[in-house]
Structure formats: structure tokens, C-alpha cells
Design a protein around this ligand. Structure first.
Ligand SMILES: C[S@@+](CC[C@H](N)C(=O)[O-])C[C@H]1O[C@@H](n2cnc3c(N)ncnc32)[C@H](O)[C@@H]1O
Length: 295
């Protein structure tokens, strides 16, 4: 039988996750489930120190058994009401929707742009945490998109008030009908939170999303800080540099912050970025952008 522990606690040694969970005061979480029935016991393996962030897993106590979930098994996680929130937001203290939306909100205030004028396109929308954060600052016109149907189902189940419209589609192979419907929404804000890198939204899909919003528009996203380090032509940093150099976007503000903690209790730092889309994405870029997605 493997030994298990909750989040690493340097002062007190091992604790069960239930004990740790009960110690966590949720300060910045606007989106944490309140019902005890939506909170699960979660345990983590003793050590996965050589494991990449997207390979990490945990076990959740469900119906008398421990069931294993990889952190990136979103389709399975979303099917269990409150599990995504309990794992990432309550236990691992993710606060990215609030951070990215907070930075955007500051910029809107600085530019004296009313939130009523914003029509958001939330890509990699998941079960609606970002949509809910957008609502909390007064942005009410929100189109969601995710590549898996379980995300849409969960968003409708858990936050039915959030999205005006929610599409399930692959941005790299968009059916014409879906593309039309997205363009019709005339979005002037592209949001993508906790969905870039780690094999989630690839560069061509990000570019397509950028193409689908109006010009001008706001662009707000976050990414692990190491993914912006790479100055070379390839990788996500290369794409952002190229977009900036060619004046397709202009970076307005960046903020480094703690995205969440790892299951070992180590901080994971991300950068929130808010940019303006200044010009259309050149058509030829959309057809031949290599997938150099950050990993
Ligand atoms: C970590 S979740 C983030 C969900 C939400 N944005 C949040 O912050 O809570 C990543 C989401 O990106 C979605 N995703 C991954 N690859 C995608 C792609 N190529 N196109 C659209 N969504 C994608 C996943 O299905 C998942 O719902």
C-alpha cells in the first residue's frame, strides 16, 4: 500500500488532505463551491517529483472507493459536480480567473471602457469559472468555447447563468456553421485562462481564436512563466513576439502571480497578460502556423 499525504506542510509533516482542506481559508476564491456535498476527499501520491505538471494525478473518494484522475482528465473531472473546483480551486488554491480578469478590469478602467461594451469570447472555457469571474466585473455578453462536450455540459449544469452561447469545437477544424455563429457574436475580448501550453490549446488554435474576434479587441490570457522565457523564434513566446512585432497585438500589461500550488505545496508562477488586438491576423498565418505549443 502506497503511503499518501496531503499538501506538503514543512512545519507539521504529513497530514491527510481532509485536515489540510479544512485548514485552507479561501480568500481570493470567488468561485468555490459552498455546499459540503460538493467537496471531496482527495489524496495525492507521496512523490511524483519527476512528473510533469500535466502528468500529475490524484485519487478522489467517491462512493466508498478511491478513483484516480490525471489532472488533465478534464472530461472525467467535469462529470463530477464540484470536483474541478475542489481539486484546483479549493485544495490547490488556483486563482487565475480572478487574477486575469482583475488585470483586464484595471485596464478597462484605465481606458475608461465600460464593461457593458465588452463581448467576451472565452476559449478553453471549461465549466465556466472564467465566465463567472467576467460576470463578477460586469461583463455579461459571453460566448464560451471548449473542445470537449463535458465542459459545456458542466458549464450548463453548474453555471447556467454565465454564457449566452457555448460552442464545442476544435478551433483548428471549425465547421463553417460554428465559425459563422462565433463571428456573429462580434466578440471584442478574447479570454483564455489556464488553457495555453501543456498540450491544451495549440498555437494555431490560439491564432484562430485571435482571428475570430473583432479588430480592435482586448486579449487576456495567462501562461506559465517559463513559456514566456523562450526568446527564440519557436514556442509560444515566439508567437507572442511575432504578433507584437507585426503589430497584430500590443501588450498592455503583464503581471506575475501564483497561479496555484502543486500537490506538493510548491507555488506555480504564471504571467497574466492583457493585450490589444490592433490589426487582423494575416490570412496566410492561419494556414501555415506550425504547432510549437509550449510544453
Ligand atoms: C485547466 S482547464 C481551464 C478551464 C477554465 N478556463 C478555467 O480557468 O477554469 C483547460 C480547458 O481547456 C480546454 N481545452 C484544451 N484544449 C483545447 C483546445 N484545443 N481548444 C479549446 N479548448 C481546449 C480543456 O478541455 C479544458 O476545459
Amino acid at each position: 500500500m502506497a503511503a499518501w499525504k496531503g499538501l506538503a506542510d514543512r512545519n507539521t509533516g504529513q497530514r491527510t488532505v481532509t485536515e489540510v482542506r479544512n485548514m485552507i481559508s479561501v480568500k481570493d476564491g470567488t468561485c468555490v463551491p459552498v455546499g459540503e456535498q460538493d467537496i471531496y476527499d482527495i489524496r495525492f501520491p507521496q512523490s511524483q517529483s519527476d512528473m510533469a505538471q500535466d502528468e500529475a494525478w490524484c485519487e478522489v473518494h467517491l462512493d466508498g472507493d478511491w478513483r484516480r484522475f490525471r489532472f488533465h482528465d478534464y472530461n472525467e473531472i467535469y462529470q463530477i459536480p464540484g470536483l474541478y473546483e475542489t481539486l484546483f480551486y479549493r485544495t490547490l488554491r488556483c486563482n487565475s480567473p480572478a487574477k486575469v480578469v482583475g488585470l483586464l478590469s484595471e485596464l478597462l478602467a484605465e481606458y475608461r471602457q465600460s464593461t457593458d461594451s465588452i463581448r467576451a469570447f472565452d476559449v478553453g472555457a471549461g465549466n465556466g469559472m472564467v465566465g463567472e469571474a467576467l460576470q463578477s466585473v460586469g461583463i455579461r455578453d459571453i460566448l464560451g468555447l471548449d473542445i470537449i462536450a463535458e465542459a459545456k455540459d458542466a458549464a450548463i449544469r453548474d453555471r447556467p447563468w454565465v454564457y449566452n452561447n457555448y460552442q464545442v469545437a476544435d478551433l483548428t477544424a471549425l465547421p463553417e456553421r460554428v465559425e459563422e455563429s462565433i463571428r456573429k457574436s462580434e466578440s471584442n475580448l478574447l479570454m483564455t485562462v489556464a488553457a495555453l501550453g501543456f498540450g491544451d490549446i495549440p498555437d494555431p488554435a490560439f491564432l484562430k481564436a485571435l482571428d475570430l474576434v473583432e479588430t480592435p479587441a482586448w486579449v487576456a490570457f495567462n501562461v506559465k512563466e517559463q513559456f514566456l522565457d523562450n526568446e527564440e523564434a519557436d514556442g509560444f513566446a515566439g508567437l507572442i513576439n511575432k504578433l507584437t512585432r507585426e503589430k497584430i497585438i500590443r501588450i498592455e500589461a503583464t503581471r506575475r502571480y501564483r497561479h496555484r500550488i502543486s500537490y506538493l505545496g510548491e507555488p506555480l508562477y504564471y504571467v497574466a497578460v492583457v493585450a490589444s488586438k490592433l490589426n487582423d491576423v494575416p490570412g496566410e498565418w492561419l494556414s501555415d502556423v506550425p504547432d510549437t505549443t509550449a510544453r
